[in-house]
Ligand binder design. Structure first.
Ligand SMILES: Cc1cc2nc3c(=O)[nH]c(=O)nc-3n(C[C@H](O)[C@H](O)[C@H](O)COP(=O)(O)O)c2cc1C
Ligand SMILES: Nc1ccn([C@@H]2O[C@H](COP(=O)(O)OP(=O)(O)O)[C@@H](O)[C@H]2O)c(=O)n1
Ligand SMILES: [Mg+2]
Length: 266
């Protein structure tokens, strides 16, 4: 997955500049002058130029400087960052907003099972999600529209799974989003979309975990159409993510952060 869509919060000033670049010329290639961008941002030409440099370094735009300005194109990562902002505003002003991602069941690389069962992850799933996942990930090949929209997940509350140190290597962190999986008339509520920081898949693959083998529970085969409904909670709904401060060791029988997530699932 593109690095810039990871959990790092982008610089708000750069995002504001990105928004104006998009408003001037859409998300496809457009000619931008620093003076005009500065006017829109109520800032100097130099500041506008710096913002474009920042956006380029962050991978949010690509540009080609010419004599009287520059051609600027918003990248997929840039669009994802704007969509994450958009999702925040929708959640602020609209109620019951749900992100629905669509795609088809597919086979993966056969590695999901290995990662899901590693003790360093398995303990965290038990403590933070409240269940031991079936060993593997159900892979969903997202539609083009859903690949674009998955950036909105950045504004949704996720259960964090921390990086950990194995005997011979480190294992990366991941985020788990409470979702409902819908296939035809059937739905399965206790599912999480797991987004590893490190993955061999591109943005078009979404991996799901659940206590059961979902192919059996929902009678799924490769190519079957599914909907992944992501719970509508935003990070702004709770003052602080409890899960962020909880370590797997201090889990007890009490309410886990996952309980809070699940009650919000539509
Ligand atoms: C919980 C979890 C942790 C992962 N951590 C890593 C990692 O540290 N390094 C890495 O290269 N891939 C990591 N991956 C991603 C796998 O390499 C791979 O992209 C993917 O999970 C393969 O799934 P598949 O077999 O369903 O295709 C992780 C995957 C999961 C589910
Ligand atoms: N909760 C889950 C997890 C995995 N699976 C399936 O279990 C198998 C093992 O998962 P995996 O991630 O190791 O394999 P691939 O997704 O790489 O094919 C795959 O066929 C997944 O589609 C499932 O049906 N339900
Ligand atoms: Mg898988």
């Amino acid at each position: 997955m593109a690095e810039a869509t990871s959990t790092a919060d982008p610089d708000p000033a750069a995002i504001a500049a990105l928004k104006h670049v998009g408003l001037v010329g859409g998300l496809t290639e457009t000619k931008v002058s620093c003076a005009a961008l500065g006017d829109r941002l109520d800032a100097s030409t130099q500041t506008a130029s710096r913002r474009l440099q920042t956006l380029e370094s962050a991978g949010y735009i690509e540009r080609d400087v010419v004599g009287d300005g520059q051609w600027v194109r918003v990248t997929d990562a840039g669009e994802a960052a704007l969509r994450a902002e958009y999702a925040d505003y929708r959640r602020l002003f609209e109620t019951d907003v749900e992100l629905v991602l669509r795609g088809a069941v597919t086979g993966g690389m056969g590695e999901g099972r290995h990662y899901i069962t590693l003790p360093g992850y398995a303990e965290q799933f038990r403590a933070r999600l409240g269940y031991e996942p079936f060993p593997g990930t159900l892979n969903v090949d997202l539609s083009e529209e859903s690949v674009r929209r998955r950036g909105e997940m950045a504004g949704i509350d996720a259960v964090p799974i921390d990086a950990w140190e194995g005997e011979d290597r480190t294992y990366g962190a991941a985020s788990c989003y409470g979702v409902t999986l819908v296939a035809g008339d059937e739905r399965y509520e206790e599912v999480h979309a797991i987004v590893p920081d490190r993955t061999h898949h591109d943005d078009d693959q979404l991996e799901l975990i659940a206590p059961e083998r979902l192919r059996d529970a929902l009678d799924l085969d490769d190519g079957d159409a599914v909907e992944v409904r992501v719970a509508a909670t935003s990070r702004a709904d709770e003052p602080e993510s409890e899960a962020a401060s909880e370590s797997p060791e201090d889990d007890d029988e009490g309410e886990s952060p996952a309980d809070a997530v699940e009650t919000e699932v539509a």
